[in-house]
Design a binder for this molecule. Structure first.
Ligand code: ADP
Length: 498
């Protein structure tokens, strides 16, 4: 059934109102009363003002989360009750779908229709899926054989306990969905949380905070402190009373998180950058793989850590693939996220616009061939043309570094033997795509690619049940799926002689 796409006027009012942070059950100003501006990326105009949290606010939120972890009611709720509250939260996200989607379109710039059919239902589904794990993240009984205690008998088992107070720092590319990816498993495991949304896109997380309380998740279990990376994120990552930090963002900041976490050796999970290879073999169905390759890079304006930003096409079909993807790029309708015709919105911020344009300039200076695109669109808002670059090499910044914009490099290859080392030639290992009708080749190649996710004859397919995370400098740990529970679980072995 198709979802009707509506601009929600309540979301506009929410964006325009001065927004406070959630600590306990209170919506509070920053301790020093400061606020910061959030912008509409399609115009560059100020959209609203949000509390600018600092280390004092983080400290207050962490202490609140600690109290909520150590004493009831969260701790005393059964896993089933916890799961039911999470399930209600999923329902509430669906009920508020238009409002949340409109907030994403306003704040992040993504097309409203995309937010409505992807970001919102995926976020709801994450809570629905994880709510089921609340009752199932259990330990096991163990059969012991202790050689130096012959004849002794034991009753031994493991308990799965929540890791404690968790700091979660999220990015701006999927603001609501990234909050869901982080909160879902943490809540299923019984942790309490201090969530820091990205400064570019704090609005949907704050709306989610209202729904969290409405769903019956007790006050203090989820605290949301808005602000900038260095002022708000860094004190959270360094805080001694935080037991675990989960971060999604750039590899550069991920390395800073690891350093900050060293003080109390808090546990760390990281979902970082990517430069994912997307491979089209000559025997692939080009009617599927050409639009698939375009979607792999241009979805969400290339602002996906798993974007298929290095396209490899087998020599005999290379020209057809380049022409086909370029044709797609040319026909993408770029515009405001609220315009129903829009297929690609603006980049999120003026910094990202400058960054992506800087990469386009460097590609040109290094001698890359611009097949299509290559520049900014208009002079208001943060729009960039969908861009296809050919003739690149791994020494060029455009091929080596994560651009996080709608820019793909495309290269020919002769054989699988030549392809695999080239595809794996990256400091990253988040995702990869393989397009072929040869089932053996598909799975052989999938096995050889160093990536946390390999999509075969598809790309950008996400599901709450499917773990996501990276090899190499793309991160530590896996989010979603059963694997995500490990990030928020302490395992205790209990051994009784009987
Ligand atoms: P991007 O460069 O795409 O904005 P970042 O990695 O800088 O990505 O940001 C991702 C998240 O990390 C945001 O919520 C941001 O505020 C936060 N952040 C940035 N710098 C730091 C830092 N030094 N310590 C903790 N969090 C940070």
């Amino acid at each position: 059934m198709a979802t009707e796409i509506k601009i929600d006027e309540g979301a506009r009012r929410f964006a325009a109102a001065e927004q406070r942070m959630l600590i306990g059950s209170d919506w509070v100003e920053a301790a020093d009363g400061r606020t910061f501006e959030v912008y509409d990326p399609s115009t560059g105009d100020v959209l609203g003002h949000v509390a600018r949290g600092g280390s004092e606010d983080i400290d207050r939120a962490v202490k609140t989360a600690r109290a909520a972890f150590d004493s009831g009611p969260w701790k005393d709720m059964t896993a089933s009750e916890r799961g039911r509250a999470m399930h209600r939260l999923g329902d509430l996200i669906l009920e508020h779908g238009d409002e949340l989607a409109t907030l994403e379109a306003l704040d992040n710039g993504k097309p409203l229709g995309v937010a409505r059919v992807a970001d919102v239902p995926l976020a709801a589904d994450l809570f629905h899926y994880m709510s089921g794990w609340a009752t199932k993240n259990t330990g096991s009984t163990l059969s012991l054989n202790v050689p130096y205690m012959p004849g002794a008998k034991f009753h031994a088992y493991t308990l799965h306990e929540p890791v404690g107070v968790v700091g979660q720092i999220i990015p701006w590319n999927f603001p609501l969905l990234m909050a869901a990816w982080k909160l879902g498993p943490a809540l299923a495991c019984g942790c309490t949380v201090v969530l820091k949304p990205a400064e570019q896109t704090p609005l949907s997380a704050l709306k989610l905070g209202e729904l969290i309380l409405e769903a019956g998740i007790p006050a203090g279990v989820v605290n949301i402190v808005t602000g900038f990376g260095e002022e708000t994120g860094a004190p959270l990552a360094a805080h001694d009373e935080v037991d675990k930090i989960a971060f999604t963002g750039s590899t550069e900041v991920g390395k800073m998180i690891v350093q900050a976490a060293a003080g109390n050796l808090k546990k760390v999970s990281l979902e970082l950058g990517g430069k994912s290879p997307n491979v089209v073999f000559a025997d692939a169905d080009l009617e599927e793989s050409i639009p698939g390759a375009a979607n792999a890079i241009f979805f969400n304006h290339g602002q996906c850590c798993c974007a298929g930003s290095r396209l490899f096409a087998e020599e005999s079909i290379y020209d057809e693939v380049v022409a086909g993807v370029a044709d797609h790029a040319k026909n993408i309708k770029v515009g405001s996220g609220l315009d129903p015709q829009t297929e690609m919105g603006p980049l999120v911020s003026t910094e990202q616009l400058e960054r992506v344009c800087g990469f386009l300039d460097s590609g040109q200076a290094d001698g890359a061939e611009t097949v299509v695109g290559g520049g900014r669109v208009g002079d208001s808002g943060y729009f960039v043309e969908p861009t296809v670059l050919a003739g690149t090499n791994p020494q060029m910044k455009v091929e080596a570094e994560e651009i996080f914009g709608p820019v793909v490099t495309v290269k020919p290859f002769k054989s699988t033997d030549e392809l695999v080392p080239n595809a794996n030639q990256s400091i990253y290992g988040l995702a990869a795509g393989v397009w072929t009708n040869d089932i053996k080749k598909a799975h052989r190649t999938a096995a050889e690619l160093k990536a946390g996710t390999v999509w075969i004859n598809c790309y950008n397919v996400f599901d709450a049940a499917m773990p996501f995370g990276g090899y190499k400098e793309s991160g530590w740990g896996r989010e979603m799926g059963e694997e995500a529970l490990e990030l928020y679980t302490e395992v205790k072995a209990v051994c009784a002689q009987i």
